[in-house]
Design a protein around this ligand. Sequence first.
Ligand SMILES: [Zn+2]
Length: 155
Amino acid sequence: MQMDLPHRKIHIAVTIKPKLCAAGVQLRDQVDTWFPDRSRKSPEGWLGDSRHSARKSDHNPDKDGWCRALDLNTLFESTDSLAPYLADQIRIAAKSDPRISYVIYNGRICSKILNWKWRKYKGINPHKRHIHISFTRLGDKDSKPFDIPLIGGKI
Ligand SMILES: [Zn+2]
């Protein structure tokens, strides 16, 4: 005799706490160390809001909770005059640091495409008041200091 067993679905809700990748924590720590009075107000942060989660963004946690993007408010001092220099030094560091995936600042983006040359960024938000840094999986647990002159690296 064959019995039909009721189909049972067991739903287990697992909540994984989002976490900024180690490379992101390290980069932010270096900026904090060298610009202790910098503004950490919006647009600053790493965890995507509801607007982000509706689309693909490195600010959204992956299935293990890793967030691989950091937004730095460009007011490193009382003005944002150092921001273009820091953005450019992050770009240069990325050429030899595979933890960095891409950088967006002031209407431009750079990545391995075009060998880290700045190119026009066509997204809606031109990133004039923050620098966006996306990281690769290699930065999930790798917190070695970034060699970036403005934030403690070799000149
Ligand atoms: Zn961002």
